[in-house]
Design a protein around this ligand. Structure first.
Ligand code: NAD
Length: 358
C-alpha cells in the first residue's frame, strides 16, 4: 500500500528548508523505488493568515490519514499579537496531542567535520552521539488545572500541575529501553526524585520496567546533575530518558554541544510508530527569505522517518551518508561555516545532498 506523507512547511525558513528535504525525498523515492506519496497542507502562522486558525480541520484530517508528517517549523514575531489560543505554536501542540505523539527522539550527534563548531573542547565532544528520549504529551506542559488566578488578597497567582500516570511513564520507558537496546545499551533516566513526588513514581516505574531489559544498564540522575554532566562530560551518556519539561531543556543543551542547531533532526512517534519529523530549530525569522538557512536538520529528519516509521534503515543510512559526503567535501551553510569555508546557499546544499545520493 502506498505510504502517505503529509508535508507541513510552516513559517519563516520552514518552506525554504522543507523544499530541499522534498528534493531528497524525491531522489530516494526514485533510487529505492519507494511506494510513497506526499501532499502539502497549512499549519501555524501561515494557516492562521489564510484560514484564521493555526490548525485547520483539513490539516488535522490529512494528518490523521498520514503515515508520517514532515514539518518545517512554526511561529514568528508576525503573530506575537495574536490571541494565545490561535498562536502558531498551538497548531503544533494540537497536532502532537491529537495524534498522541508521546515519544520524542532527539539525537545529538557531533559530526567530526564540525567539531570546531561546538562550544566545548574537541576532546570532550569528538564523536558525540547521544539520544534523548523525551515524553512529549504529558507532564507539566499539559497537566490540569493550570492558569493565573486572583486570590482573595487581590494578589495574582500562576499555577500549573505536574502529573504523570504510571501508564504514561511506562510507555515512554519501554520506548527508551528499546532504543538503548539498538545502541550502546546504556539508559540514564532523569528525574528530580529528591524533591518531586511525580518523579519518585517515575523512578520506581522505570526501575520496575528495567527488569524486562536485562541487557540494558540503567542509571538514574537528578536533572540538575544531568545538566551539569552534559556540559562536563557528555560522552558518558548513550540514551537519556526524560519527562516533557526536563527533556525540553536538556535537549537544547545537548543540541548546542554539537555546534549547530541547523544540523539536528527529531522524531515524535505514537504507539504505532506513526510520527512527525522535524528539525529541532524554529523558524529563524532573522534569516528567513535570505536563502541561507541550513536544510540538513530537515533532510536528516527525512532519514529518521525512514528509520522509525517506514522501517527502511538502508534508506535512512543512504541519506545520512550523503550528508556526511557533502560535509566531507567542505560544503557549509553560513551557520556551520568557519572563516575559511566556502559558504553555500540553502538550495545549493540541498542539491549537493541529492547529487551525493546519486
Ligand atoms: P530558532 O531556532 O528559530 O533560531 C535560533 C537561532 O538559530 C537564530 O539565530 C537562527 O537564525 C538560527 N537557526 C535556526 N535554524 C537554523 C537553520 N536551519 N540554519 C541556520 N540557522 C538557523 O529559535 P528562536 O529564534 O527562539 O525562535 C524563532 C521562532 O521559531 C519563534 O516564533 C519560536 O516560537 C519558533 N519555534 C518553533 C519551533 C517549532 O516549530 N518546532 C521550535 C522552536 C522555535
Amino acid at each position: 500500500m502506498t505510504s502517505k506523507i503529509l508535508v507541513l512547511k510552516g513559517d519563516g525558513i520552514g518552506p525554504e528548508i522543507v523544499n530541499e528535504a522534498l528534493k531528497v525525498l524525491g531522489s530516494v523515492k526514485d533510487k529505492f523505488a519507494l511506494d510513497i506519496e506526499w501532499q502539502e497542507a497549512l499549519i501555524g502562522g501561515s494557516a492562521y493568515d489564510a484560514l484564521g486558525t493555526p490548525l485547520p480541520g483539513e490539516t488535522m484530517e490529512l494528518a490523521q490519514a498520514a503515515d508520517a508528517i514532515l514539518l518545517g517549523a512554526v511561529g514568528g514575531p508576525k503573530w506575537s499579537g495574536v490571541d494565545g489560543s490561535l498562536r502558531p505554536e498551538k497548531g503544533l501542540l494540537g497536532l502532537r496531542s491529537e495524534l498522541d505523539l508521546f515519544a520524542n527522539f532527539r539525537p545529538a550527534i557531533l559530526y567530526p567535520q564540525l567539531a570546531q563548531a561546538s562550544s566545548l573542547k574537541p576532546e570532550l565532544v569528538s564523536n558525540l552521539d547521544i539520544l534523548i528520549v523525551r515524553e512529549l504529551t504529558g507532564g507539566i506542559y499539559f497537566g490540569q488545572p493550570r492558569g493565573i488566578r486572583t486570590l482573595d488578597s487581590g494578589e495574582r497567582e500562576g499555577f500549573n500541575t505536574y502529573v504523570y500516570s504510571e501508564s504514561e511513564i511506562s510507555r515512554i520507558a519501554h520506548i527508551a529501553f528499546q532504543a538503548a537496546q539498538k545502541r550502546n545499551k546504556r539508559l540514564c533516566s532523569v528525574d528530580k526524585a529528591n524533591v518531586l513526588e511525580v518523579t519518585v513514581l517515575w523512578r520506581e516505574v522505570v526501575s520496575e520496567i528495567a527488569k524486562q531489559y536485562p541487557d540494558v544498564e540503567l542509571s538514574h540522575m537528578y536533572v540538575d546533575n544531568a545538566a551539569m554532566q552534559l556540559v562536563r562530560a557528555p560522552k558518558q551518556f548513550d540514551v537519556l530518558l526524560t519527562g516533557n519539561m526536563f527533556g525540553d531543556i536538556l535537549s537544547d543543551v545537548a543540541a548546542m554541544l554539537t555546534g549547530s542547531i541547523g544540523m539536528l533532526p527529531s522524531a515524535s512517534l505514537n504507539s504505532e510508530n506513526r510520527g512527525m519529523y522535524e528539525p529541532i530549530h524554529g523558524t529563524a525569522p532573522d534569516i528567513a527569505g535570505q536563502g541561507i538557512a541550513n536544510p540538513l536538520a530537515t533532510i536528516l529528519s527525512v532519514a529518521m522517518m525512514f528509520r522509525y516509521t517506514f522501517a527502511r534503515p538502508e534508506v535512512a543510512e543512504a541519506i545520512e551518508q550523503a550528508v556526511q559526503k557533502v560535509l566531507n567535501e567542505g560544503l557549509r551553510t553560513a551557520d556551520i561555516a568557519t572563516a575559511s569555508d566556502t559558504r553555500v546557499s540553502t538550495t545549493e546544499m540541498g542539491d549537493a545532498v541529492v547529487a551525493a545520493l546519486a
